[in-house]
Ligand binder design. Sequence first.
Ligand code: SIN
Length: 292
Amino acid sequence: MTHQYKFIDVAPIAGSIGAEIKNVSLTDDFSTEVFDEITHAFHEHAVIFFRGQELTPEQHKSFSRRFGDLLEVPFVKALEGHPEILPVTRAAKETSKRNFGGLWHSDMSYAATPPLGSVLYSKVIPPVGGDTMWTNMYVAFERLSPAMKNMLEGLNAVHSPVKSYGSNGVLINNADPAHKMDIQTGEGADTEVIHPVVRIHPATGRKALYVNSTYTLRFEGMTEEESAPLLNFLFSHCVRPEFTCRFRWTPGAVAVWDNRCTQHLAMNDYQGFDRELYRTTIVGDRPIPVQK
Ligand code: SIN
């Protein structure tokens, strides 16, 4: 049954994931009751959207901090004077095939304690294109067969930033002025961490798949070659269209997503136009495995 909200309007934007919240100004110092409802919607829909906001960097951080402490994202130069704000920007003249966030991923799954969520605020949006898609990793898990679920619950996977941020990483531009974002390799770019393939969400208790094609390299104890057939199946299964939503940005929109039970993808289809958004990233916990 759909939850009844008292203070906010929550309008789902797709069948499996995503809801737009209306009549809330994120600059207001809203009450705990209102924030509890926002949190409820966040847990129910996994990504929530607000439109028509006008946030200073301080207001963006202070809204984000209602969800938890903020972390500084490695490898990417932060907004001047705001180490917790990551500019996600691309200039009209940029031509690179890979944009930031342009492959399905859960933010920083390469970290030992990956982020709880992220808060992305849009300033400049192309007239067409530049949408973001999200997919629901609870539903992706639930739609597997019992035998597959059972097997995956016993597996761990190795995650690493190396393919994106290693010295030959696809996103590295070493402050090349042809790019608006400054992305450099650095300490820890080839480290590996191990996470359960199925994680229990600490707030909802639901099971979510936790692998992604950007950062997951292989299953623990197997080679990349041995892992590839099953990982590739999972990568494409996770993003079946019916598990996803697609958000058309407008300037002043805000998306808050839960990295513990979603993946997202930034579309790279706006050649010739500027796109400028700003992201905060919320500290999370070590993923909880299923106890067998
Ligand atoms: C990201 O992956 O954090 C960026 C998403 C986007 O640019 O839409």
